[in-house]
Design a binder for this molecule. Structure first.
Ligand SMILES: [Zn+2]
Length: 440
């Protein structure tokens, strides 16, 4: 089946940032077959893009997709991770909520143009099931944490779940299992090394929260270390490492991550909403560390849209370094698409080029905020939002058409999730005082 997308402003995101202003793109067998300007080839289906911006799908480098039921809960509450997130997860989180939350989150991500995401949470096999059902690419890791957690009493249990996921999805089109220890202080050194050994055994990525929390930074400072120097001493800093957040990096940390070939999942929205700080991404980028953007879970970043992350990234970095010229818009769009694909080590993804995967998003430019359009990259970073996404394809299959999911709809997903949420809501009531507390 050949599908022709015509009348599009195509941003290929290749090395030269090639654009086709009145472009067409042909997909066949899940890939881009051809693209260009002028006379378009024949196809079985023709889709008019209405002059919108067609670009590679966004890659979300860090999420806890299933955490939809936590959205807006205690958003302004300090230390909420230990005060109620962990306890509530232990008490009321279920396999069913993971599955239904993941389906809802995948819908939200597809509708915002995301075609691949990296995820860590509990019952991750359910997230994998949702990815396959909905045609979303997931790099998925069962959270390994040294405390009792949903689905696993011990970190060894979680590691066993990680390994069964690796075996179950060894050759999947949609799911690439990864290893996901929770963080630098929530997982013991011994378990971190076991995680690394498993990542090496199965030749996959390892992702964890690092250089994020104030108490984490204090913990290592008291020992004359940084989280990065600690991870390096354990052998975790290497090309398999996708370090999440990395807000508090020293120059030595940046040099270490660059030397070891590690990557960063930068989550500007989650970082600044929690008041944690602005990561030194100019310096990390200059050192050559591959990076892309993560939304974090709905509990931390609220929206699962990389449009929000791109704009926050731009304003935070320009402000931090007092430099308007820093990170031009097209570099930011690159980080959100191709940069994310590179950080995950994805092949044939992140660029619109013949032979590459037809994972792509069409952003409509009808809204007033998107006129006039001198610079499409700038429009994407500073003017566009998830609601502008008109069409999304993964592997050449239309997942979003005219701004709506083509296989299911949001009301149905929402209804299913709401039906499963009452016990969770009841458990959350116990933390009502905490949720409303403004002071520690
Ligand atoms: Zn996270």
């Amino acid at each position: 089946m050949k599908t022709l997308l015509k009348n599009a402003h195509i941003l290929t995101m290749d090395d030269q940032y090639t654009e086709y202003v009145s472009g067409w793109l042909l997909t066949e067998n899940g890939c881009v077959a051809a693209l260009g300007e002028g006379d378009a080839p024949q196809a079985d289906e023709i889709i008019d893009c209405g002059g919108g911006i067609l670009l590679p799908g966004f890659v979300n480098l860090h999420c806890h997709a299933s955490m939809i039921p936590f959205r807006t809960m205690g958003d302004d509450c300090p230390d909420r991770l230990r005060r109620f997130l962990f306890p509530l997860e232990q008490e009321a989180w279920t396999r069913e909520l993971t599955y239904l939350g993941a389906r809802f989150a995948i819908a939200e991500m597809l509708l915002s143009g995301i075609t691949t995401f990296a995820d860590m949470y509990y019952y991750e096999a359910e997230v994998a099931r949702a990815c396959v059902e909905m045609g979303m690419r997931g790099y998925l890791g069962e959270t390994v944490i040294c405390q009792r957690a949903p689905g696993s009493d011990t970190p060894e249990d979680a590691l066993a779940l990680s390994e069964s996921l690796l075996q179950a999805y060894a050759d999947s089109e949609w799911v690439r299992p990864i290893i996901a220890p929770h963080g630098t202080t929530t997982v013991s050194a011994e378990m971190l090394q076991k995680c690394q050994a498993l990542a090496e055994k199965y030749d996959t990525l390892l992702t964890l929260h690092a250089c994020e929390m104030d108490d984490e930074m204090r913990f290592f400072a008291e020992r004359g270390q940084t989280p990065v120097s600690y991870l390096d001493s354990l052998g975790l800093c290497g090309p398999r490492l996708l370090a999440v957040h990395c807000i508090h990096l020293t120059d030595a940390d940046i040099a270490c991550l660059a030397r070891r070939g590690a990557r960063i999942a930068h989550c500007p929205g989650s970082n600044v909403k929690a008041g944690k700080g602005v990561a030194p991404m100019r310096d990390a980028a200059r050192a050559g560390i591959p990076f892309g953007f993560g939304t974090d879970g709905a509990s931390s970043g609220n929206t699962l849209s990389l449009f929000d992350q791109m704009r926050l990234f731009a304003v935070c970095q320009k402000t931090k370094y007092h430099d308007r010229s820093l990170f031009p818009a097209r570099e930011i769009v690159r980080a959100a698409t191709r940069g994310g694909a590179e950080a995950l080590g994805m092949e044939r993804t992140g660029v619109l080029r013949p032979g590459f995967r037809a994972d792509l998003a069409l952003v409509g430019t009808d809204r007033p905020a998107l006129f006039p359009l001198y610079d499409p990259y700038s429009a994407l970073v500073y003017g566009a939002c998830a609601a502008d996404v008109r069409l999304v394809m993964t592997a050449g299959v239309v997942r979003v058409r005219d701004g709506r999911l083509s296989q299911t709809d949001v009301p149905a997903l929402r209804q299913a999730l709401e039906k499963a949420m009452p016990p969770f809501r009841a458990a959350a009531e116990k933390y009502a005082d905490t949720l409303k507390a403004k002071e520690a």
